[in-house]
Design a protein around this ligand. Structure first.
Ligand code: CCH
Length: 285
């Protein structure tokens, strides 16, 4: 019989509301970027889940595999260290929570704390140490690609066009960093507020395709502005007519956006997480 996964940490039921309070206190950091680590924490949660492959059942947040190479050193994960380091403070305080649960709970908590909808989150993910469960590099979306790439990557996770547009609206938060991705700027004027601004900014502006000085990487700049930007993949949300119709819907109706985002982000956090009767999700693939 094949040995089971090497599990280093099981969840026991603890007080998650205390963990959430601690997450909120560590992400509130005036010295960081625009005054909060929330956006990078949201990105960490997303990348934990975004490796999921529905056909093989591999990847996803369960296992906490983002801590381990080669996933840890995937090009797409550059820039997540500030989030992982600050959440280490929470882990020290609540050693019973697994990294897989902590990182996903932190993403949900950050969205709420930055003014977004309440995200349903369930515990029970385990952490593994066996590198055979770590997905290979190259599963994350790449910002310089077109709509085929976006549909391939998100389709592999099991998301449809509407869900894709809804999820990418999270770029209302945070920034790109020259030192990490080679792109530079923010998507909206207030990058630490979760709202439907991403869609409005996309629709309401003229865009210039030019390079970021110093890195030479191409991105869309808001005309006459060096601060507000869009990636190629963001711009596909209005270039592609199927995506475009959802951009219109979400730009007009923030309540609908919040309702749909809460659903799709919870779905993201659950990808590949199957729990037994005790509520524990053992990493099997
Ligand atoms: Fe993203 N994202 N993302 N993204 N992302 C980046 C930053 C953030 C892509 C590329 C990038 C989602 C989808 C996509 C956030 C959340 C989500 C950066 C900048 C790149 C590049 C990295 C840097 O330089 O620091 C691409 C490509 C796609 C899809 O095609 C989805 C979905 C979500 C969440 C639901 C957040 C938040 C940030 C800001 C992080 C920060 O450091 O401020």
């Amino acid at each position: 019989k094949e040995p089971g996964p090497l599990i280093i940490s099981h969840n026991k039921i603890g007080d998650y509301s205390e963990v959430k309070k601690s997450i909120i206190s560590v992400i509130d950091n005036n010295a960081f970027d625009d005054g909060s680590l929330g956006p990078v924490v949201v990105r960490l949660a997303w990348h934990c889940c975004a490796t999921y492959d529905k056909d093989t059942g591999t990847g996803g947040s369960n296992g906490g595999t983002i801590r381990l190479p080669p996933e840890l050193t995937d090009d797409g994960n550059i820039g997540l260290q500030p989030a992982m380091l600050v959440l280490e403070i929470v882990k020290q305080q609540f050693p019973w929570i697994t990294y897989a649960d902590l990182y996903t709970l932190a993403g949900a908590t950050a969205i709420e704390a930055l003014g977004g909808p309440k995200i349903e989150w369930k515990s029970g993910r385990t952490d593994v140490l066996d590198t055979k469960y770590v997905p290979e590099n190259g599963r994350l979306p790449i910002g310089s690609k077109n709509s085929d790439h976006i549909r391939n990557v998100f389709g592999r996770m099991g998301f449809n066009d509407q869900e894709i547009v809804c999820l990418i609206g999270a770029h209302t938060l945070g920034r790109t960093h020259k030192k990490y991705s080679g792109w530079e700027g923010k998507w909206t004027d207030d990058p630490i507020k979760f709202d439907n601004e991403f869609y409005k900014v996309l629709l309401d502006n003229n865009w210039e395709w030019r390079t970021v000085p110093e890195t030479g990487k191409y991105q869309y700049f808001q005309q006459g502005n060096n601060d507000i930007m869009m990636l190629q993949t963001d711009m596909e949300m209005i270039k592609d007519s199927e995506f475009h119709q959802w951009v219109e819907v979400y730009a007009k109706d923030q309540d609908k956006y919040f309702e749909d985002f809460a659903k799709v982000f919870s779905k993201l956090l659950e990808l590949g997480v199957q729990r037994n009767e005790q509520g524990i999700a053992i990493k099997a693939r």
